[in-house]
Design a protein around this ligand. Structure first.
Ligand code: EPZ
Length: 432
C-alpha cells in the first residue's frame, strides 16, 4: 500500500498536460468487442482502471499491446478483438471496476450472450444497473439474475424506443453499444449528455456506426449488420475531471497553471464557477487555458447535476476549495447517495463542514492544518491532495490506490508545477 505525502505552502505555477479521459477510454476500449479485427486507440490514460479493463478483455480472448514503458501518463493501446472466447466478466474483476458491466451491450450485440457479475455497490452508492437491463430488454434481450451474476441472451437485437428513468451515463453507453448492431432504429430518450458519451459515439461512428444526437437527451441509432475497426488510430478526448482538479489546485494555492490537452468546451460550467469565486481564466484555444487566482476565494454554492450541470465528479474537489473560501457555502450532491466521505477527512485537516443528508454546509476557514487522512474513493482522494497543497505542515493521504484509478502520474505532474509532494510506502516515516 502507498501513501502520498504533500507539504503545504507552494504556489503552483507552470504548465500541465491533461491525459486522456478515463470515463471515455473505458467504454471505448470495451466497444472494440463489437467488431473482429485489430483496433488502435491513443491518448489512453495510464491508470489502474485501464489495466483492469485490458485484463478483462484479455480474459475474454482479446489480447492487447501497450506502447511505452508504462511510465508515461498516456499510452497507445492495440487490441485484437477477433476471437471472443469467453463472454463473461467475472466477479473478481467487476467488483474492482464496476464499469466492467459495460461489456453487456457489446457481447449481446456480437455474440448474443453475456454473463456479467452484478457490479454491486461501491463506496459512493449502491450503483444499480436496472436501466441498463431495461433498455437491453426492450431490444429483445432476456436476463436471468442468479448467483450474483446477470446472464443475458438474445437471438437478434432489434431497434426500440427506450425511455430512461434518469440520464444514466453507463446505461446510455451500454444501450448505445448494443443498438449499433441491432436490426432497425433505436431511440434513447432521456439519454446522458456527458462529453464522454459524445467521444464514444465518435469512436463507434469511426467504426461505421450510424448515430445521431450524441450530447443531447435524444440519441438515434440506426443499426448496421457489422462494424469494422476504424481506419485511423482513435484518440481519446482529454479528461475534464483531471483538468478540473488542476484548475482548482491553481485557485487554492493562489498560483497560475496552464493546462494543455483539455476539452475547454466541456468545462465551461466549471470555468464560470471559478470566475464567480474570483479566479481568472485565460482561454488560449480549444484545448488550452490558464487558471490563476490571487486574493480571497469567494464562496460559491453548487448543486451536482447531469451534464451540462456541475459534475458530481468535481464535487469533492470543489468542497475543498470552499473549505478555505471567505465565507459560507453549500454543496449539494444530487447524483449519488453517499458521496460525502471526504467530509470527515477534510475535518481532520481543520475544515468546518456540517452535512445534512445530501447537503454539506461549509464555513470557510483561514488555515488548514496537515494531518494523516484516508482516501475513501477516487474523487475524495483528489480532494484530500488539494487540501494538503495548502494545509500548514505535512499531509499524508493513505490508500492512494483509489487515486491511481483516475489520475495518471499525479505526483510527477504536481512536482512539475512546484508542489512539494512524493509517493511512499505507507509504513515509511517521511519528512518532506
Ligand atoms: C459514470 O458512472 C462515471 N463512471 C462516474 O464517474 C460518474 O460519477 C457518473 O457516471 C455520473 O456522472 C464512468 O463513466 C466509468 P450513472 P455511472 O449510471 O455510469 C443511478 C468517477 O469518479 N442509476 O450515470 O455508474 C445511479 O445509482 C466515476 O470517475 C440507476 O438508478 O453513473 C446514480 O445515482 C464515479 N440505475 C445515477 O443513476 C441504473 O441502471 C447516475 O449513475 C443506472 C444508474
Amino acid at each position: 500500500m502507498h501513501k502520498i505525502v504533500v507539504k503545504g505552502g507552494s504556489r503552483l505555477e507552470g504548465t500541465v498536460h491533461i491525459s486522456g479521459a478515463k470515463n471515455a477510454a473505458l467504454p471505448i476500449l470495451i466497444a472494440t468487442l463489437l467488431t473482429d479485427g485489430v483496433h488502435r486507440i491513443v491518448n489512453v490514460p495510464n491508470l489502474a482502471d485501464i489495466s483492469s479493463t485490458l485484463s478483462l478483455l484479455g480474459r475474454m480472448g482479446c489480447p492487447s499491446l501497450i506502447s511505452g514503458d508504462g511510465q508515461e501518463a498516456v499510452q497507445e493501446i492495440t487490441i485484437d478483438a477477433t476471437n471472443i472466447a469467453f463472454c463473461e466478466a467475472p466477479y473478481d474483476l467487476v467488483r474492482k471496476m464496476r464499469a466492467s458491466v459495460l461489456v453487456l451491450g457489446p457481447l449481446l450485440a456480437r455474440k448474443g450472450y453475456a454473463k456479467v457479475s452484478l457490479p454491486g455497490g461501491c463506496a459512493i452508492g449502491n450503483r444499480p444497473v436496472d436501466q441498463h437491463l431495461k433498455g437491453l430488454e426492450a431490444m429483445g434481450c432476456t436476463f436471468e439474475i442468479k448467483g450474483g451474476y446477470i446472464e443475458g441472451t438474445v437471438s437478434h437485437l432489434k431497434g426500440a424506443e427506450i425511455h430512461l428513468d434518469m440520464p444514466t451515463v453507463g446505461g446510455t453507453e451500454n444501450i448505445m453499444m448494443a443498438a449499433v448492431l441491432a436490426d432497425g432504429i433505436t431511440t434513447i430518450h432521456n439519454a446522458a449528455r456527458e462529453p464522454e458519451i459524445v467521444d464514444l459515439a465518435n469512436f463507434l461512428r469511426s467504426m461505421g456506426a450510424r448515430i445521431q444526437g450524441e450530447g443531447t437527451s435524444t440519441l438515434v441509432i440506426d443499426g448496421v449488420p457489422a462494424l469494422r475497426p476504424s481506419r485511423q488510430p482513435y484518440s481519446v478526448m482529454g479528461d475534464r475531471i483531471e483538468a478540473a482538479t488542476y484548475m482548482l489546485a491553481a485557485m487554492m494555492t493562489r498560483g497560475s497553471i496552464t493546462l494543455t490537452g483539455v476539452p475547454v468546451a466541456d468545462i465551461s460550467f466549471l470555468c464560470n464557477i471559478v470566475k464567480e469565486a474570483g479566479g481568472q481564466i485565460q482561454m488560449h484555444n480549444a484545448s488550452s487555458l490558464t487558471v490563476s487566482h490571487s486574493g480571497p476565494i469567494t464562496p460559491v454554492s453548487v448543486v451536482t447535476a447531469p451534464h451540462p450541470g456541475f459534475a458530481t465528479d468535481m464535487q469533492a474537489q470543489w468542497m475543498t476549495v470552499m473549505s478555505i473560501a471567505d465565507g459560507s457555502s453549500t454543496v449539494t450532491e444530487k447524483i449519488f447517495e453517499n458521496r460525502f466521505m471526504h467530509v470527515p477527512e477534510l475535518a481532520r485537516l481543520g475544515a468546518n463542514i456540517q452535512t445534512d443528508g445530501r447537503v454539506a454546509h461549509i464555513q470557510g476557514v483561514s488555515t488548514l492544518h496537515g494531518a494523516t487522512v484516508m482516501a475513501t474513493d477516487l474523487r475524495a482522494s483528489a480532494s484530500l491532495i488539494l487540501a494538503g497543497l495548502v494545509a500548514e505542515g505535512q499531509t499524508e493521504v493513505l490508500r492512494v490506490y483509489h487515486l491511481d484509478r483516475g489520475y495518471a502520474n499525479l505526483v510527477e505532474k504536481m512536482k512539475g508545477l512546484g508542489a512539494t509532494i512524493g509517493r511512499f510506502a505507507s509504513s515509511e516515516t517521511v519528512t518532506l
